[in-house]
Design a protein around this ligand. Structure first.
Ligand SMILES: Cc1cc2nc3c(=O)[nH]c(=O)nc-3n(C[C@H](O)[C@H](O)[C@H](O)COP(=O)(O)OP(=O)(O)OC[C@H]3O[C@@H](n4cnc5c(N)ncnc54)[C@H](O)[C@@H]3O)c2cc1C
Length: 426
């Protein structure tokens, strides 16, 4: 079993990184080469800006290249709850931003000719308990009426056409959702940035940032320094560099995945006839999809931890294998070829944050819903840097520090225990 991301192992590595460190000047320095940073850099380079990307490690080596491979439209939160909190107009505006994120991925893939198996296969949400299906029914009715006519209920009797498991009580389909190969997407984005004139430095962590004036900053890495007129932080759950203010607001939460050996097509036709992105309704969520080479990639919360290393990933991988067998007992003899983990950039309300602080721009906090929102916000932030702040859907959100939190999420085991209890009681 390989203890590494299937996506990173099966994509060509990015081959056009600039050597050495940054030097001279730039219009914009983008910090971080995940989907946010790469999509911002791409949009800026296409506008003719001199853009330099500084990446601490490798292109798409963090959440972007380690995720569950899903571009699911819709909220992570309950739609009704979002309407209660924000009113219907704003809730719908946020909902449509996630839709626009999936559209944006699709258009970049087409425009830049990125071969990453993008497909609109839809998302299937499965009720793990009978009462969850009642909630799904109410939610689908509201969604179809207000904002998403491409949702559809799956009655319990119709489940066999969607999933070869008898563990569920009905479900719902989000027709606009898509998936793709995340490693190939990340690599393709980075090559596109360079093709349009941008510069990408890998293995260049930002370790110093000094304000020169206004939005202009001098940025330092171990290999050089550069003066940029504008700076965009696209740093996810960063634990390196002068980003302490963000570390008090973003909680890194571990999420884990396993991938099986390639499976016979007839078996997949039985287990997941429509190959949808599939998620269940538990707080300790489980989800799966298939890969282009016919594996099942199965992920979930497994446990609430802020660690991802081979030991932590293996521990979670064993829990995930058991969850997968709860879905599909007939996979008991199936080999697991990959196991890995990554850090999700959680905010306290699970909604992104983006804007400007002390002359530095930022976009992060997608809370596990970021393949398309990061892509979308990359493009949006390129416009915000150009003065079009109204295009940012998250512009009016305040962002207080989490009380008692200074970068080590000591409270995660308690949160985990609370959600485990909620899953038990219904
Ligand atoms: C295991 C897992 C499963 C997920 N599953 C899904 C899913 O199925 N669907 C979905 O929509 N979302 C999913 N997500 C979330 C999604 O992957 C992220 O929201 C998205 O990739 C965030 O992109 P990003 O560019 O903002 O951050 P990242 O991809 O984390 O990139 C940030 C980059 O900044 C770099 N960096 C940090 N600090 C510095 C510094 N000081 N100097 C230079 N560079 C720095 C990092 O090295 C990193 O490359 C998942 C996340 C994880 C971890």
């Amino acid at each position: 079993m390989k203890m590494m991301s299937y996506w990173l192992d099966t994509a060509k590595p990015f081959a056009s990184a600039a050597s050495g460190g940054p030097q001279g000047t730039a219009d914009v320095a983008v910090i971080g080469a995940g989907f946010t940073g790469l999509c911002a850099a791409l949009a800026l380079a296409k506008k003719g800006a001199k853009v330099v990307v500084l990446e601490a490690d490798r292109v798409a080596g963090a959440a972007s290249g380690r995720n569950g491979g899903m571009c699911n439209n819709g909220f992570a939160q309950d739609y009704g709850g979002m309407v209660e909190r924000f009113g219907i107009e704003r809730a719908n505006m946020f909902y449509r931003a996630f839709d626009a994120g999936v559209d944006k991925v699709e258009s970049i893939v087409a425009e830049e000719g990125i071969d990453c198996h993008f497909g609109r296969i839809g998302k299937l949400k499965l009720a793990a308990k009978p009462e969850h299906f009642d909630k799904i029914k109410r939610s689908q009715e509201l969604l179809a009426r207000n904002v998403d006519p491409e949702t559809q209920l799956v009655m319990p009797a119709d489940l066999p056409s969607e999933i070869g498991s008898d563990r569920f009580y009905g479900g719902m389909i989000y027709g606009k959702s898509a998936n793709m190969h995340m490693g190939m997407y990340g690599q393709g984005l980075a090559e596109a940035v360079v093709r349009h004139g941008g510069i990408v430095h890998e293995h260049n962590p930002l370790i110093g940032m000094r304000r020169v004036s206004g939005t202009s900053h001098e940025l330092t890495t171990p290999h050089g320094s550069i003066i940029a007129n504008q700076v965009l932080l696209a740093t996810g759950t960063s634990r390196v560099g002068p980003l302490g203010w963000f570390r008090r607001r973003i909680v890194p939460v571990g999420a884990y995945l396993i991938a099986t050996e390639p499976l016979p097509v007839e078996l997949l036709d039985r287990l997941t006839p429509r190959r949808r992105n599939t998620v269940d309704t538990r707080n300790f969520v489980s989800y799966f999809r298939t890969t282009p080479d016919n594996r099942i990639l199965f992920g979930g919360r497994a446990r609430f931890s802020s660690r991802s290393d081979p030991a932590a990933d293996a521990k979670s991988g064993a829990i995930l294998r058991q969850s997968m067998l709860n879905f599909f007992p007939e996979l008991v003899d199936t080999r697991i070829d990959y196991c890995w983990g990554g850090m999700v950039d959680m905010t306290s309300d699970r909604l992104p944050r983006a804007g400007e602080r002390d002359g530095v721009f930022y976009s992060m906090g997608y809370s596990g819903h970021g393949t398309h929102m990061a892509t979308y916000m990359g493009g949006v932030m390129a416009e915000v840097l150009d003065g079009k702040v109204d295009l940012n859907p998250w512009r009016d959100f305040d962002w207080p520090a989490i009380p008692g939190y200074f970068g080590t999420p000591w409270f995660l085991p308690f949160v985990g225990a609370y959600y485990r209890y909620r899953d038990m009681v219904g």
